[in-house]
Design a protein around this ligand. Sequence first.
Ligand SMILES: Cc1cc2nc3c(=O)[nH]c(=O)nc-3n(C[C@H](O)[C@H](O)[C@H](O)COP(=O)(O)OP(=O)(O)OC[C@H]3O[C@@H](n4cnc5c(N)ncnc54)[C@H](O)[C@@H]3O)c2cc1C
Length: 424
Amino acid sequence: MSEATNTISIEDFKAEAETFLAASAKRKPEAKAFTWGQGSDDVAVFDEKDDEAEALDIEQAKAWRRKRFDAGFGWITGPEKFGGRDLPSAYERAYNTEESKYETPGMEIFSISLGMVAPTILAHGTPEIQDQYLKDLYRGDMVACQLFSEPGAGSDLASIQTKAIRDGDEWIVTGQKVWTSAAHVSQIGEVICRTEPEAPKHRGLTAFVVDMTAPGVEIRPLRQMTGGASFNEVFFEEVRIPDSHRMGDVNGGWNVALTTLMNERASIGAGGGGGLGLLSPTRLSEMLQHFGLSDDKVIRDRIAKIHSNFTVAKWNNQRALDKIKAGGLPGPEMSTAKLALTNNMKDFTEWVADVLGPRICADTGEWGTYAWSKMLTGIPGMRVAGGTDEIMRNILAERVLGLPKDPGIDSKTPFKDLAVGTQR
Ligand SMILES: Cc1cc2nc3c(=O)[nH]c(=O)nc-3n(C[C@H](O)[C@H](O)[C@H](O)COP(=O)(O)OP(=O)(O)OC[C@H]3O[C@@H](n4cnc5c(N)ncnc54)[C@H](O)[C@@H]3O)c2cc1C
């Protein structure tokens, strides 16, 4: 990396990226037209592997992130003091475009680390934890998870009961979290705890970075209906967290949580236009021809609508992402993006299920049929993760349309006047 990296022109930056990629990864063959029955028919939403295969994937993903980071492409927009390049987001987009031409390991394992936890540490962390974790997170030496949901607190996140009690320069944490994606492969987690039981519920929470290997942390996998176990229950039994690992003010954890949630919606919704790359017109038309449905007027009408909805979502997302990249904060646009993504995916998988009929339920070995059951069973999870469809609609109703606040689960709940609503 040259010294005055932040003055580099975008053309020179692209040339630098091309040189790095050409020397470090294999270029993808020119994209061939999709051919029915050829190649992988995997369309799973959740990347499910056995322990050994998962460990290998993670090792390869970490190795690639390290290589990228050391070459100056690990945190292109990030501050130089944490190993970033301090460059505008256009440079990051340019790098991503270049990298997409090469065969590189999947980066899913870092989606929570870098999409949610790292931006929160950057916004709210003490200098000590920023120094301790940011570089390691972006270099892929470390993975972080998000410890928000509890058995009694999901949509109504502010009802969290996991307690943190101050003991000198430390906090002692006891309680249970649930649905914690990737906890089993994480070294640290962002945990929201109740620190003031008597305060109104949003005002008694505090955020911390917790060491997932600390004594008293127990992680148990949860199996989901797709067959895999991407989530966990996490139990805290008198786990000690130094006060330097607190993010934001004592009892100011709600604002910290909102930073993470807005970034979560931004990163889930960011894929909202593309239909996970499955809406290739060639792929869909070959599917219809294969099953003799090309002339079915209802099937054709439905896919035309789905295609239009995906296209509108893609443009809206682009607009919202450009606002964020220009320095704006993620706002209700991200709830729209998330809602659009999950609704479009629901409509699309229902359409596929109608095209395939019973073939989607029976594993006969026929290419491009039963494989879709993984997507059909995975999409409901996306409609729940990061705020359910119903909660996204509440946010849109209140913050975009200006309708009166939702009465909430408990009509006596105080703080109906909070700027971002009372829900996750
Ligand atoms: C794929 C996936 C990954 C996840 N990863 C994580 C993670 O890494 N970390 C983490 O902390 N959590 C994670 N979660 C948990 C997720 O955030 C919660 O499941 C979600 O917030 C909903 O909470 P809940 O499951 O408790 O459902 P509840 O809040 O109990 O909701 C149950 C139902 O009631 C509806 N509902 C609730 N309140 C209202 C209302 N006011 N108006 C209308 N309808 C309402 C909901 O829409 C839903 O249909 C994950 C979940 C999934 C599916």
